[in-house]
Design a protein around this ligand. Structure first.
Ligand code: ADP
Ligand code: MG
Length: 680
C-alpha cells in the first residue's frame, strides 16, 4: 500500500472497498470544487462554496445551544465567522488572533453575517499558490476526511505518473478507432482535472476521460461473462434425446393448447437439451405468460432419458406453487417429485436426500438445494426460477452439484423481468435468450386506478360489492421495512379491521411468518373459492395462481417499485373476466411515485414497465443484482452508459480474437480473480 497507511486507516479504506493502490485509482471523485481562485470575502453570497484567505481577527469559545469555537476571519473586504463544533485543544491553540488562514467551505447566512461551518482550512497565507486543478470530492466514509483521501490519491497518482503503474490493455488500434485516451491519462484527468475542464460533462459522467474508464470496465465485465460461457461450454453435457411418450401424454392431458410462443420456446430448449454441450438459456416471459409448462417440458425430456432435474425458486411460496403444479402434472405419469427446502428437517429431510441420491427424476425446492450435503445421482438439468433474485455465483453452485466426471448439467433460468436486449446481453452475456412474447388467450388487461387513502371507505364498499357478486379479491399490505414480523403485524391488523368493516365476508390472511403448511392451507382454501377476501403481504407477489380472483387492492402502493407492482397485479386477470386493480396511496406523492402510479394506470405491458423501471431505478435494483454482487460497477452505470454497449460487445470480440492474452488481465483488474468462476 502507500506511506502512512496504518491498520486504522486500512480498515476505513476497506469500508470503501479500497485495498490496493489500484483500488484507490479506481475510486473516482463524485464531484469537483473550484479552489483555484481566492475570493474576496466582501463578494461572497450565501450558498456558494468558496476559497478565502485572511487573518484571524478574533477567536473564542461560545455557547449557543452547544459549545463551539467561533473564529472571525477578515481579508480587508469583509469578515466571516467560522464555526467548529468539534475541535481539539491543539486546534484551538493554532486558531489564534493574527494567524493567517486559508479556508474552503459553504457560505451561509448566519445571525451576525456570513459564516462557514466546519470549513476545511490550512494555516498560512500567501506562502503557496492556489491549486492549478479542480479539487476532487470523493465518496468517503465516517472518520475519513476528504483531505486524507486526497493525499492518498495524490500519492497513488504520483506513482502512476512516474512508474507507469497500470498496464494498458486496450490495444492502440482499438483506442484510436473509439477515440479513447490511455488509461493513465484518463485517470490523471478525472482525479485532477485542469481548471478549464468541462464540469457539466464531468458531473454527467459524459467526459471522454470518464468514458475511457467506464468503457474498460464494461468491457471487462462482458469479457468475464463470455469467458464463463466459453469455459462452461468446453465441458460435455448429457445429450437428452428429443421428447418421447411421457411428453406426449403430458401435452395430451393439459387442459389448454400451448401458445405459439410457448411452442417456439419449447422447441428452442428441446434442441439445446439434445446437444452434448450444456445449455445456457434465459427464459424471459411476462407474469402469467406460462413459463411453468415450459419448465415441465424440459424436465420431462430429462426424465425420459432417466436423468434428474432440479427446479429452484427464490421463496418457499413460489417453490410450493411449482411443487403443486408438478405433482398435479407428473403423478399421473408415474413420476415422483421430491420436495426440499431449509424448513424440511429430520426424517423427512433424510428421506428427501436419499431419494435425490437415488435418482428421483424431479426435485423442487429453495436455495436449500444448493447446500452441502445434497447429492444428486445424475443431475442433467438445473432450472432456476426468477433468476434475478439469485446471483451468478449461486447458479453456478447448483450447477456444480451436477458435475460428474466432467459432465455438466444443462441450465435454464426463468425470469419475469423483461430486460431490454442490450442490457440482457450485458447482464446475462453467458446465456442464450428465449422470449415468450405472448400471453395465453382470453386474458383481459386489468383496469387500474390510483386513489388516495382518504377514499378507503369507497374501496371497502367496492370489495364488498364484488365479493357479493361472487368474485374474489386480494388486499395487499405493503411496508418498506424488510422485517417480516412488522409486515405480518400490519397484515394481521388490516385483516382484523376489514373483518369489522366487512362482517359478511370470509376473510383469510397470509404473510411470511406463517409456516409453509399454514400458507399452503390458506392459499388452497382461497383457491377453492371458500374465502372471499385474502389479506396478504407481498409474499403473494410471485407464483400464486387463482383464476377467479379479479380484484386487487394494494395499500401504500406508492412504496413499491414498478416491477413489484406489475408482479402483484399479475395475480389477477387470469380468468376470462375483467379484472380491476386499485392502488391506494398516501399523499403527498413524490414525483417518482407519481410516475410509477401513472405508468401502472396507463400500461399493462411488462416490457414497457420494465423499461420505465430501469429508468427510474437503474438496472442494479431492477435485476436484483445489487445484493448478489453481480453487475456491480465501480464506474460504469448500465443505464447511463447503455449507448456504449454495442461497442463494448464488438470490442470484446476483437480482443478475444486478436489479443487473447489481454483478456484475463483485464478481467482480473476490474473483477478480480475471485471464486466467482467455479472450477469444473
Ligand atoms: P408464469 O410465466 O408467470 O410463471 P404460469 O406458468 O404460472 O406463468 O402460468 C400462468 C397461468 O396460465 C397458469 O394457470 C397456467 O396454467 C396458465 N397457462 C399457461 N399456458 C397456458 C396456455 N397456453 N393457455 C392457457 N393457459 C395457460
Ligand atoms: Mg412463474
Amino acid at each position: 500500500m502507500l506511506r502512512g497507511v496504518g491498520p486504522k486507516l486500512k480498515e476505513k479504506l476497506a469500508r470503501l472497498n479500497i485495498h490496493t493502490v489500484q483500488d484507490l485509482l479506481f475510486h473516482l471523485p463524485t464531484r469537483y470544487e473550484d479552489r483555484t481562485r481566492i475570493r474576496a470575502v466582501g463578494t461572497l453570497r450565501p450558498g456558494e462554496r468558496a476559497l478565502v484567505r485572511g487573518d484571524i481577527e478574533h477567536a473564542e469559545i461560545v455557547y449557543r445551544g452547544r459549545r463551539m469555537l467561533a473564529v472571525v476571519l477578515a481579508d480587508g473586504t469583509g469578515s466571516l465567522t467560522l464555526r467548529f463544533f468539534h475541535f481539539s485543544a491543539a486546534q484551538q491553540n493554532r486558531l489564534k488572533r493574527g494567524q493567517a488562514l486559508e479556508c474552503f467551505g459553504e457560505v451561509r447566512a448566519g445571525r451576525h453575517g456570513l459564516e462557514m461551518v466546519h470549513p476545511e482550512y490550512r494555516l498560512g497565507g500567501d506562502d503557496h499558490p492556489p491549486d492549478d486543478f479542480l479539487t476532487p470530492v470523493y465518496p468517503t466514509t465516517e472518520g475519513l476526511p476528504q483531505s486524507r483521501l486526497r493525499k492518498l490519491s495524490h500519492q497513488a497518482l504520483e506513482k502512476l505518473r512516474l512508474a507507469g503503474g497500470l498496464e494498458e490493455w486496450l490495444p492502440d488500434d482499438l483506442r484510436a478507432s473509439l477515440k479513447l485516451a490511455t488509461l493513465k491519462d484518463a485517470l490523471l484527468y478525472v482525479h485532477r482535472p485542469p481548471t478549464d475542464a468541462d464540469l457539466a460533462k464531468l458531473a454527467a459522467g459524459k467526459h471522454p476521460a470518464q468514458q475511457r474508464l467506464l468503457f474498460e470496465e464494461l468491457l471487462a465485465h462482458h469479457l468475464s461473462l463470455r469467458r464463463l460461457r466459453r469455459e462452461l461450454q468446453n465441458h460435455p453435457a448429457t445429450a437428452l434425446r428429443t421428447p418421447g411418450p411421457l411428453t406426449e401424454r403430458f401435452l395430451a392431458a393439459l387442459p389448454f393448447k400451448l401458445t405459439a410462443a410457448q411452442t417456439r420456446v419449447a422447441g428452442e430448449i428441446s434442441s439445446d437439451l439434445a446437444q452434448p454441450r450444456p445449455m445456457l438459456r434465459l427464459l424471459q416471459g411476462d407474469v402469467g405468460s406460462g413459463k411453468t409448462v415450459i419448465a415441465a417440458l424440459a424436465a420431462l425430456q430429462a426424465a425420459e432419458a432417466g436423468m434428474q432435474t432440479a427446479l429452484v425458486a427464490p421463496t418457499e411460496l413460489l417453490a410450493e406453487q411449482h411443487l403443486r403444479n408438478f405433482r398435479h402434472w407428473f403423478e399421473p405419469l408415474g413420476l415422483p417429485t421430491v420436495w426440499l427446502t431449509g424448513k424440511i428437517k429430520g426424517k423427512a429431510r433424510e428421506q428427501a436426500l436419499l431419494d435425490i441420491a437415488q435418482g428421483a427424476p424431479v426435485v423442487i425446492g429453495t436455495h436449500a438445494l444448493m447446500q452441502e450435503g445434497v447429492k444428486f445421482k445424475r443431475l442433467a438439468l438445473v432450472i432456476v426460477d426468477e433468476q434475478h433474485r439469485f446471483g451468478v455465483h449461486q447458479r453456478l453452485q447448483l450447477r456444480d452439484k451436477g458435475v460428474t466426471a466432467g459432465v455438466v448439467p444443462h441450465q435454464m433460468v426463468m425470469t419475469a423481468t423483461p430486460i431490454p436486449r442490450t442490457l440482457s446481453m450485458s447482464a446475462y452475456a453467458d446465456l442464450d435468450t428465449s422470449v415468450i412474447d405472448e400471453l395465453p388467450p382470453g386474458r383481459k388487461p386489468a383496469v387500474t386506478v390510483a386513489l388516495p387513502e382518504s377514499r378507503r371507505e369507497e374501496v371497502i364498499r367496492r370489495v364488498s360489492e364484488a365479493c357479493n357478486r361472487g368474485q374474489q379479491a386480494y388486499w395487499v399490505c405493503t411496508l418498506i421495512e424488510e422485517s417480516e414480523t412488522l409486515q405480518a403485524q400490519t397484515a394481521t391488523d388490516t385483516a382484523q379491521r376489514l373483518s369489522i368493516d366487512l362482517p359478511k365476508l370470509r376473510i383469510g390472511l397470509v404473510h411470511g411468518r406463517l409456516k409453509a403448511e399454514q400458507k399452503e392451507q390458506v392459499m388452497s382454501v382461497f383457491a377453492a373459492g371458500d374465502l372471499d377476501l385474502l389479506v396478504a403481504t407481498t409474499v403473494i407477489e410471485v407464483g400464486v395462481d387463482v383464476p377467479r380472483a379479479n380484484l386487487m387492492i394494494v395499500e401504500n402502493a406508492e412504496r413499491l417499485g414498478l416491477s413489484q407492482l406489475h408482479q402483484l397485479r399479475g395475480r389477477i386477470g387470469r380468468g376470462g373476466d375483467q379484472s380491476h386493480c386499485v392502488l391506494m396511496y398516501k399523499p403527498p406523492l413524490t414525483d417518482n411515485a407519481r410516475l410509477r402510479l401513472t405508468a401502472m394506470r396507463e400500461t399493462t405491458d411488462g416490457f414497457e414497465i420494465s423499461r420505465l423501471d430501469l429508468e427510474l431505478r437503474g438496472p442494479g435494483e431492477v435485476l436484483g443484482t445489487r445484493q448478489t454482487g453481480m453487475l456491480e460497477f465501480r464506474i460504469a452505470d448500465l443505464m447511463r452508459d447503455r449507448d456504449w454497449l454495442p461497442r463494448v460487445h464488438d470490442a470484446a470480440r476483437q480482443l478475444m480474437r486478436d489479443y487473447p492474452s489481454h483478456v484475463d488481465p483485464l478481467i482480473a483488474r476490474w473483477i478480480g480473480t475471485g471464486t466467482r468462476y467455479s472450477q469444473v
